[in-house]
Design a binder for this molecule. Structure first.
Ligand SMILES: *Cc1c(COP(=O)(O)O)cnc(C)c1O
Length: 508
């Protein structure tokens, strides 16, 4: 897409406001519209084969098969697909995604899931075990995150980090509405905070104010202080942040929140199940949890470093009165009295059972040992990257290591690494990549292979400065702020593609 490249290049130098204004009417011009559509279409067509690799290889259904297929057939097909997909994450080539992945651990969780697959916490009377599992998950997580035995700390089990964050933001919104009469709520979050906060803003009509980060990629505390207004319902910060793996200055931000009497959410989705153990292992981890006065809620993902199956996370609140703003109850519904603590109605009790089982099978010692391995591997990878002349690590991370280059296009490094089977995360603002170290990377030889492939990537990009293609141009385009609506459109089309069933379906 050379034309698009040129256009972006030209737009890059202009003031953002002007470009946004221009973009508005430029896009209305039929010729421009058509050009953008064609280019976008082309990108999507290029991506189709990677989104739909099974086209023509497995039976496709755009409507129900008239007769049910034999279960053995279905099982063997799914087994085949699973085998095709597991080699990369199993071998440790993937950033994040699968955080434990040992066969015995997976088999154990699957056994628990199978036993509990009918459980639905919505029917508390039928499945009282759900209450046991979930209350204990919450309590174990809270006590790991600085809740004293006398504290009122409490929480709920949710489907993932995003739901935990959505719920916390809804909670602050409803509290502010009722207790402070705030009708146009605002939250303040650093640039580095997870996109789930923007999603909360969109879903719940909360204005999201993004404040800058410092050169160490931690939230700029002064900017947060300045952004506070009479409409602020909460501040959020990360421990650790998704892009750069750094811990924001939780204490300093908590002081602001406490003084203003507003909520302070610490997003420990990624760090919640590593940092407590890192601290015990002697790493430099300033207090980030309920030990800090002013922290009023925390999210921690059991389905990341809690090593539970995907689909579970915990949101914690300092007080029960705060948690109540999360709950939903209905008394007038013809379907009866209805009560629901989280976004979903019916919920997979089996996932909570498996989460509980993961936690008590790991125990403190298990989590400590896992964290030790991950942190050592993180240190090795960080040193290896820093040793390469053309790359530099961003901030001062422990095990989520982001890096950039001032001499070459970092997305071309990403492309090269993809050809070597690596699945890393492309970041922008600034253009960079990260690897989120999991237990998969702690196996012998994996970290060494990462550094040796990365070394070759740098050499390759240096020696082929004019090579084109790959994902690099798309990341380059996404990083260019002025064309945001074009990129948004591209992403929406990508989702359309995700839900597209291939045409040559075999109806049988
Ligand atoms: C993963 C993550 C989230 C969102 O969690 P999901 O489980 O993907 O919904 C939020 N914040 C941080 C820092 C994360 O790493």
């Amino acid at each position: 897409m050379p034309d698009m490249d040129q256009m972006i290049e030209k737009l890059r130098g202009m003031p953002t406001g002007l470009v946004k204004f221009m973009e508005k009417w430029l896009r209305k011009l039929p010729a421009v519209r058509k050009e953008i559509d064609t280019q976008t279409e082309e990108i999507i067509n290029d991506l189709e084969s990677s989104v739909k690799p099974y086209e023509g290889k497995f039976s496709t259904y755009s409507s129900l098969p008239s007769e049910g297929r034999p279960q053995e057939d279905i099982l063997s097909e799914i087994e085949e697909i699973t085998l095709l997909e597991q080699s990369r994450w199993q071998g440790g080539y993937v950033s994040g995604a699968v955080y434990h992945g040992d066969r015995e651990h997976i088999d154990f969780l699957n056994q628990v899931y199978a036993l509990q697959s009918q459980s639905n916490p919505l029917h508390m009377d039928l499945f009282p075990s759900a209450s046991k599992f979930e209350s204990e998950i919450v309590s174990m997580t809270a006590s790991m995150l600085g809740a004293g035995t006398k504290d009122e700390c409490c929480g709920t089990v949710n489907s993932g980090g995003t739901e935990s964050i959505l719920l916390a933001m809804k909670t602050y919104r409803d509290l502010a509405y009722k207790e402070k009469n705030i009708r146009k709520p605002e939250i303040i979050i650093p640039e580095s905070a997870h996109a789930a906060f923007d999603k909360a803003g969109e879903y719940f009509k909360i204005r999201v104010i993004r404040t800058p980060v410092d050169s160490d990629y931690k939230a700029n505390v002064q900017a947060i202080r300045k952004a506070v207004s009479s409409r602020t319902i909460a501040i959020a910060a990360s421990a650790v942040s998704f892009p750069n793996g750094v811990i924001d200055s939780i204490y300093d931000i908590a002081v602001i929140a406490e003084k203003q009497g507003i909520g302070f959410h610490v997003d420990a989705c990624l760090g919640g199940f590593i940092l407590p153990w890192a601290e015990k292992l002697g790493y430099d981890v300033p207090p980030f949890d309920f030990r800090v006065q002013g922290v009023t809620s925390i999210s921690a993902d059991t389905h990341k470093y809690g090593y539970a199956a995907k689909g579970s996370s915990v949101v914690l609140y300092r007080t029960k009165s705060l948690r109540r703003y999360q709950y939903f109850t209905a008394t007038d519904w013809p379907g009866g009295l209805y009560l629901s603590p989280t976004l979903s109605g019916s919920r997979p009790g089996a996932l909570s059972a498996a989460c509980w089982a993961a936690m008590i099978s790991m125990g403190e010692k298990g989590y400590l040992k896992a964290a030790d391995k991950i942190l050592k591997t993180g240190k090795y990878i960080r040193r290896g990257i820093d040793a390469l002349n053309d790359l530099h690590v961003l901030g001062d991370p422990l095990w989520v290591i982001s890096f950039a280059s001032s001499s070459m296009d970092i997305y071309r490094i990403l492309d090269f690494m993809s050809k070597r089977q690596w699945n890393l995360n492309g970041l922008h603002k600034p253009a960079s990549i990260h690897i989120c170290v999991t237990l998969r990377h702690t196996r012998p030889g994996v970290a060494e292979k990462f550094i040796s492939d990365l070394t070759q990537a740098v050499d390759h990009v240096k020696n082929t400065p004019s090579e084109k293609g790959g994902m690099a141009p798309i990341y380059g385009m996404a990083a260019t702020l002025p064309l945001r609506s074009v990129v948004n459109d591209l992403l929406e089309r990508y989702l359309d593609l995700y839900y597209k069933v291939s045409q040559n379906d075999r109806k049988s």
